[in-house]
Design a protein around this ligand. Structure first.
Ligand code: HEM
Length: 497
């Protein structure tokens, strides 16, 4: 027993020494971007990065310019901050930058899903078929019906629905979007009451996982949290299991198509369950938080709310009185489209990551050339480099509901940086090979929700002067941000006029 102390001590010294050596050995080579390893061996800048990602990156940009390599937890990340130089990274015609390698490791760790060859391509073709075009129209109708079911309940509006009720806006939006999204995509049974109860319970568990998610990805959970994450993973695998859900009706064509592919490739049912968990996460983790920001901005900007209500009355007409209006109306809502685009500009902050295969040279828009090192990760953070660039979007922190409208009311698509027209003027969905394949469904379900809420309900903040809450710093880099605290609001069903 007495011997263990020195042995463990020596082991620790060897590990720390090895990590320091790794850091010391790494030197900037000719033509490589400025290298900033940070002062802590192996961890590098991980603490400052996690504490406040946008502030950290701003600081690095001020120190090093538009391209720099930083050490974060033993891995080297090259951030490219100039959006005019994103093209070669996103197009990657030389096929030197790999999205799949990084994603495979992440989904194995987080969802337990072991990728198979071709599944990434298959997810995108399933989505092109069933989450866009004609396939999307059917799903929109299902989504509209599920939203009204969740909002009004299986028996329709209760007698006291026109009295004021109070809730946290974030909780309210996330809860409704999750339940409606889950039922629309993963199916329902004949017992609607039971389905709603199950969806409610699943949401409670989903939020527990969601709260742990950022620190789970960074491997920063304490021992109890590790156990909790394991329990939640098993619970999701079981609840979404293909065996248990054989009886369900209305499983979306999207999910059915993907599961059929996995079956045909001989993927075991237990692994299909894990795939379902991954898809639940991808499809439900962002729509609720984005809808929260949208409704909050509308409540804080009465002129935007008024413009939107006028558009809704114009587009929906008499049909707007009912919850089951024609979903084709979603194609005639430029004001709502601009509200959603502006909300995503302010609220969506994903990081786009690609693993460098073989050293190769990145040519920037300025003509400068940088050598990227094999094994490093190239990272883009469009929230800072695009969404918050005052050159592209004047007064970038302000919510302007008509920012994406031309004076004639059509959609505005012309934005400029340094006098040059910019292709990627917002990037809430990522871009290139990993661009969100659910973006059209996401937009229509959030638009349906906002339309239903503003046309059928009176809505107000409990404290109209309450400021927009700051972003929870843990959520930077993971899709749509979340507020650091909820905002109380009240709502009541409007009486028919
Ligand atoms: C506001 C809502 C949403 C936002 C902001 C959003 C954003 C994103 C982003 C940024 C990515 C790329 C991640 C990366 O490059 O690593 C992504 C991927 C993905 N999203 Fe979405 N998403 C939303 C809703 C949805 C919905 C509703 C679905 C499905 C019904 C969906 C399905 C997926 C899938 C399957 C991927 C993985 C794609 C791949 O591996 O290439 N998303 N999403």
């Amino acid at each position: 027993m007495v011997l263990w102390g020195p042995v463990l001590g020596a082991l620790l010294v060897v590990i720390v020494g090895y990590l320091c050596l790794l850091g010391l050995l790494r030197q900037r080579r000719p033509q490589e971007p400025p290298l900033d390893k940070g002062s802590v061996p192996w961890l590098g800048h991980a603490m400052a990065f996690r504490k406040n990602m946008p502030e950290f990156l701003k600081h690095m940009r001020a120190k090093h310019g538009d391209v720099f390599t930083v050490q974060l937890g033993g891995q080297y990340f090259t951030f490219v901050m100039d959006p005019l130089s994103f093209g070669p990274i996103l197009k990657d015609v030389k096929r030197k930058l790999d999205f799949v390698e990084y994603a495979e490791k992440l989904v194995l760790k987080v969802f337990g899903y072991q990728s198979i060859p071709g599944d990434h391509r298959m997810i995108h073709s399933a989505s092109t078929k069933h989450l866009m075009g004609n396939g999307l129209e059917d799903l929109n109708k299902t989504m509209r019906d599920c939203l009204s079911l969740v909002i009004l309940g299986p028996a329709g509006p209760s007698p006291d629905a026109s009295s004021w009720r109070e809730d946290g806006l974030f909780h309210f939006c996330y809860n409704i979007l999750f339940k409606a999204g889950y039922l629309s995509l993963f199916g329902y049974t004949k017992d609607t009451e039971q389905d709603l109860l199950q969806a409610e319970e699943l949401f409670t568990q989903f939020r527990k996982f969601d709260r742990l998610f950022p620190r789970f990805v960074y491997s920063l959970l304490g021992p109890r949290e590790w156990l909790e994450v394991g329990r939640l993973q098993r619970l999701f695998h079981k609840t979404l299991s293909v065996k248990e859900n054989l009886e369900k009706d209305g499983v979306s064509n999207w999910i059915a198509y993907m599961l059929q592919f996995l079956r045909e490739q001989g993927v075991a049912p237990a692994m299909q369950d894990k795939f379902n968990f991954m898809m639940l996460w991808a499809s439900q983790g962002n729509t609720g938080p984005t809808s929260f920001w949208a409704l909050l901005f509308l409540l804080k900007h009465p002129e935007a709310m008024q413009a939107l209500r006028e558009e809704a009355a114009r587009v929906l007409g008499e049909a707007g009185q009912s919850f089951d209006f024609d979903v084709s109306a979603l194609q005639r809502t430029p004001v709502l489209d601009s509200v959603m685009e502006e909300t995503l500009r302010l609220g969506a902050a994903p990081t786009l990551l690609r693993v460098v295969h073989d050293d190769h040279v990145l040519t920037m828009a300025s003509g400068e050339e940088y050598r990227l090192r094999s094994g490093d990760i190239v990272a883009l953070f469009p929230y800072l480099s695009v969404h918050m660039d005052p050159d592209i979007h004047p007064e970038p922190t302000a919510f302007k509901y008509d920012r994406f409208l031309n004076p004639d009311g059509s959609r505005k698509v012309d934005f400029y940086k340094a006098g040059k027209k910019i292709h990627h003027y917002t990037m809430p969905w990522g871009s290139g090979v990993s661009m969100c394949p659910g973006r059209f469904l996401a937009l229509s379900e959030m638009k349906l929700f906002v339309l239903l809420m503003i046309t059928h309900f009176d809505l107000e903040l409990v404290d109209p002067d309450t400021p927009v809450p700051p972003v929870d710093p843990q959520r930077w880099g993971f899709g749509t941000t979340q507020p650091s605290h909820d905002v109380r609001f009240r709502y009541r069903l409007r009486s028919p006029e």
